[in-house]
Design a protein around this ligand. Sequence first.
Ligand SMILES: Cc1cc2nc3c(=O)[nH]c(=O)nc-3n(C[C@H](O)[C@H](O)[C@H](O)COP(=O)(O)OP(=O)(O)OC[C@H]3O[C@@H](n4cnc5c(N)ncnc54)[C@H](O)[C@@H]3O)c2cc1C
Length: 434
Amino acid sequence: MSRVIVVGGGWAGLAAAVELCCHHIPVLLLESAKQLGGRARSVSILDVQVDNGQHLMIGAYRDMLYLLNTLGIKEEDVFQRQALELIMKSPVNTNFCLKTPNLPAPIHLLWALTSAIGLSVKERWQAIRMSIQLALMPPVENDKPLSELLKRTGQSEQIIKKLWEPLCLSMLNTPIDMASSIVFKQVLQEVFSHHRHDSDLLIPRTDLGTLLPEPAHTYINQNGGEIRINHRVTELQIEKDRVTGIKLASGESIMTNHIVLATSDSACQRLLAPHPALASIAAKLAQFKHAPICTVYLRYRPDIQLESPMIGLLDTTAQWIFDRRITGNPGLMAVVISSVGPHMNLDNDELIEHVANEIASLYPHWPAPQEGHVIREKRATLLCQAGINALRPEHTTPVKGCWLAGDYTATGFPSVLEGAVRSGLNCARLIKNR
Ligand SMILES: Cc1cc2nc3c(=O)[nH]c(=O)nc-3n(C[C@H](O)[C@H](O)[C@H](O)COP(=O)(O)OP(=O)(O)OC[C@H]3O[C@@H](n4cnc5c(N)ncnc54)[C@H](O)[C@@H]3O)c2cc1C
């Protein structure tokens, strides 16, 4: 077999390349940027190594854990695992807290809802009713925005604001009045219906580059593969519905019979569109919309810390605060704002001041932050709108040897790391089975 070419060195491409190497299949990975990791990479700011955006993983990320295991990484060295605990604080309203107990799934969820602090008895029953309704929802039912489903099951405004809205934003990065009920249901099922530990939070102890791209790079190099960064693929070469090679921006051509396209959906769309056999997939990809995520890093005195590694915020622009002490940076807080919102009208200095004031209203004894830095990822994820599953492509295409990986493919997850890794592994296994 000729070398498999993997286009894109995000988590999907790295997963594909590692799995191919693991099966002794020669691989060449081409990445257009100057570093690996794609949308989950490390950056240097405020004199420290942080992430392009704070990421959170969960116990249900089985393929990601499998990949790390292949690389010889022990889970406890890179993650702090803890039972799901949502502590949501508001400067103007009652706080909300939900914690899963040590009980089998899905009883742990029902118990967590029954004992949630900050909900009335009526609201707790509403939440349980909604969870059951989602569990029983047939998979083929016409997809509707989540807000419609919430209204249909009589969820109060308070419970939507305290529970469903933050969950939807953090899992789908999409406002509830647009979000796909079916994808929301799929994620809740992955997280709550199999094993109690699936809903555990996996909080990274390292920056994202150290977590996967660096060890994956070493593994690929040591197992017969090759990685070239700063190499942009500009053209797929296809003859008689069969892959024959690729062309690079430098003008160089490389022959191959197998290409795993592990780019973003938009880069993939540009590469597929000129080929008639792939035009219908490209037309679907062209319909995707994207959603931003903004991370505001604030550096406080090193003795300042949160009561938990992560706290949710209600009635504020800031949505989550992560204490980066866990990554060896005491006093550094990562404040996450998912999706679109009024923060987009503020410039970076204004946003830093605004978020710091919101935090001061919750933690009045904290001093002002010493410095801040904003990272705005404008196309962080797909906008996970109702009906999106009909647009997401499978890994196979009508062209022999052309495989699609990436968080936009039909993985059963929204566009998250687990979907990206799963898609890469799936492509590698499909190639191996050929
Ligand atoms: C700020 C932020 C926060 C997030 N938070 C979370 C979270 O908490 N939990 C979670 O699970 N997920 C989260 N995500 C989503 C997650 O990061 C993505 O789903 C995942 O990284 C996508 O990986 P990918 O490999 O599919 O795509 P990408 O990371 O986009 O990788 C594609 C790669 O292909 C390269 N490329 C593109 N075109 C070419 C070309 N022509 N030739 C060669 N190379 C090319 C790109 O440079 C890129 O490196 C977040 C994303 C962002 C941005």
